[in-house]
Unconditional design. Structure first.
Length: 174
């Protein structure tokens, strides 16, 4: 029989160990994400996968926030984050630092996630608004678009689910 591990048996990092640990060279850009619960879930996922930073853009809520913390469960104090007035501003800053920028969206000439090869270079992933996705003007300045293949009747996934799927795929072979 398999027994569940207790929290103290998981070997998790302390906050200080997390902050000093090498991170995966991935920055998440949240493009006008409305739901504070989604923002919190993405913080928690970013913590789980040792993501470098989250950039919150536009109407995306920022910590401190009780609603974000409900799902972040403390990850707002471990994951580095910043705020930009616009997603285009965030992308401009990251391109000057030689980041490759990829939107996660359904678009012409998108790359299926399972065919995307990340060579561990600095990478920024843009996740969009729950209703409208990543803005077209943002897609226009991305280096490419990654799409999560889907087979059902719905045409999209929740943003926090999408972030988890994409990040797992990026780091699973590391």
């Amino acid at each position: 029989m398999n027994s569940k591990l207790k929290n103290e048996e998981l070997g998790r990092l302390t906050v200080q160990e997390f902050r000093s640990s090498p991170k995966n060279n991935i920055i998440l850009i949240l493009d006008n994400v409305r739901s504070l619960n989604n923002v919190g879930s993405i913080f928690r996922t970013a913590d789980a996968f040792l993501i470098e930073e989250i950039i919150l853009c536009g109407v995306t809520g920022t910590p401190p926030s009780r609603e974000i913390e409900k799902t972040a469960l403390g990850a707002t104090s471990t994951v580095k984050w910043s705020y930009c007035k616009t997603t285009l501003e965030a992308i401009t800053i990251l391109k000057k630092k030689n980041y490759k920028i990829f939107g996660v969206e359904q678009a012409e000439k998108s790359i299926a996630l399972n065919n995307f090869i990340w060579k561990k270079e600095t990478l920024a992933l843009v996740f969009g608004n729950e209703v409208y996705g990543v803005e077209q003007e943002v897609i226009n300045v991305c280096d490419g678009v990654i799409e999560i293949p889907q087979s059902g009747t719905k045409h999209s996934l929740n943003i926090s689910v999408s972030a988890g799927i994409v990040l797992w795929e990026m780091i699973r072979d590391k």
